[in-house]
Design a protein around this ligand. Structure first.
Ligand code: UGA
Length: 436
């Protein structure tokens, strides 16, 4: 078993650390944030991810998983160091590598083992691993040999542990056969197909995969718009398209647009890369354009329906960018909430997990409810933004009982039209006929 250090205990770092401990490695997670490390040491995960906390505690008790704020303690005799620090977008939309640079330099200063593997899991632009190598090299003390590798992750928030143990593929890119073989051996116990390639290809696979998922969603949303114009039903159309195994049914669900920290960021990064290298890539820019329009498509329908939203009580169900996460980064809810307030509406939002994070961004621009009922009480209209199970399972009659006017704009097509038709509701959804 190897001694593995993980730089960064964010979403990717923590899930990776816990999973590698689970298959028997000795893992130490390093993070500068003292409070986070204290909380992790007390057995609490700072992110909401089903099953993660239990697995983390189990491995801490077994003595397989440790947390530290000290790069020296973490990196000094590690066989492998996985870089999983954040790469946020800067104001121009490009990925900010400052945390990667800091981590790489800390690694350079502290590694002592010859032939240590430095593996990048953070989402990085193509070419970043070369820079990482240079940053490490500038800080090295003595003549220590190390390998670098790219190992992008394909976890989805909300099913990250499941994806780690049941993913479709593991991609590893490196310059040397030795590095590729060593990473292959590390991942073999997961029983997932492993693809070995060069550094740049591995980096590009990650960004291009996320942009392709975004492309599928924007395509479905474009077709949904056509459905609305001709009176077709996008749910059936998507299913019919996806039944062709060459296309596949996943990621063809039309909705209020894709959000999160990955699809928007990686699509923008790919568009940026194409520009940089002088490759025409209108198609990739269009993915983001369609998404921007889509986030406001329901609002447009509501304005068309009411003429003005000034003074209206609006209930918003769901704030996170998708269910089973408290993450609101690039969530459609943020754009919609801001725009609704600009239109003069009073917005009351409910989310089972994301209220605290939404408050950090939206502050007191909107009101926050503790329950679906509280959000819907006396509302003139309701938007459904995230398809949490609790929201999908609302008894339809309750909209009628609780709202002043039961007019719903469903951005996630949560309800079947034949069921809606049996209730006294006005129901607008995405790519499907209106029910009045
Ligand atoms: C995404 C990818 O799915 C993962 O493979 C990848 O590892 C991850 O990014 C990453 O780069 O770290 P994630 O951002 O967690 O995962 O969320 P997704 O499940 O991909 O959903 C993204 C957005 O697309 C959500 O807002 C969701 O509501 C939306 N979506 C998804 C649709 O509107 N329609 C669909 O059919 C599927």
């Amino acid at each position: 078993m190897k001694k593995i250090a993980i730089a960064g205990t964010g979403y990717v770092g923590l899930v990776t650390g816990v999973s590698l401990a689970e298959i028997g490695h000795d893992v130490i997670c390093v993070d500068k944030d003292k409070r986070k490390i204290e909380s992790l040491r007390s057995g609490k995960t700072p992110i909401y991810e089903p099953g993660l906390e239990e697995m983390m505690r189990k491995n801490m008790q077994k003595g397989k998983l440790f947390f530290t704020t000290s790069s020296f303690v973490g990196f000094k005799d590690a066989d492998m160091i996985i870089i999983a620090v954040g790469t946020p977008k800067d104001e121009n939309g490009t990925l900010d590598l400052q945390y990667i640079e800091q981590a790489a330099k800390e690694i350079g200063r502290n590694i002592t083992k010859n032939n240590a593997m430095i593996v990048t899991k953070s989402t990085v632009p193509v070419g970043a691993n070369r820079k990482i190598k240079e940053w490490i090299q500038t800080e090295l003390k003595g003549n220590i040999k190390f390998f670098i590798a790219a190992n992008p992750e394909f976890l989805r928030q909300g099913s990250a542990l499941y994806d780690t143990f049941h993913g479709d593929r593991i991609i590893i890119g490196a310059e040397s056969e030795e590095a590729l073989d060593s990473l292959e051996a590390l991942y073999q116990p997961f029983g997932i197909p492993i693809m070995k390639t060069d550094l740049k290809s591995a980096e590009l696979i990650k960004t291009a995969s996320n942009a392709f998922l975004a492309l599928k969603i924007s395509y479905a949303n474009t077709i949904a718009g056509i459905c609305e114009q001709i009176g077709a039903n996008i749910e059936d159309v998507s299913l019919g398209i996806g039944m062709d195994s060459r296309i596949g049914t996943s990621f063809l669900k039309a909705g209020i647009g894709f959000g999160g920290s990955c699809l928007p960021k990686d699509t923008a990064a790919l568009a940026g890369l194409a520009n940089e290298v002088g490759e025409p890539a209108q198609l990739i820019h269009d993915i983001l354009e369609v998404n921007k329009r889509q986030e406001l498509s329901l609002l447009k329908k509501a304005i068309h329906r009411f003429k003005s939203l000034k003074g209206k009580n609006v209930a918003m169900l769901g704030l996170s960018f998708k269910p089973e996460t408290d993450d609101v980064r690039d969530a459609a809810s943020l754009t919609l909430a801001r725009q609704l307030v600009m239109e003069g509406a009073k917005v009351t939002a409910y989310d089972p997990a994301a209220v605290e994070n939404a408050k950090k961004v939206l502050g007191d621009l909107i009101y926050y409810a503790d329950s679906i009922e509280q959000a819907l009480k006396n509302a003139d209209l309701a938007f459904i933004v995230t398809e949490w199970e609790e929201i999908r399972n609302i008894r339809l009659n309750l909209f009628y009982e609780w709202m002043r006017e039961p007019i719903i704009f469903d951005g996630r097509n949560c309800f079947q039209l034949d069921k809606v038709k049996k209730c006294p509701l006005e129901y607008h959804s995405i790519g499907r006929p209106i029910v009045i």
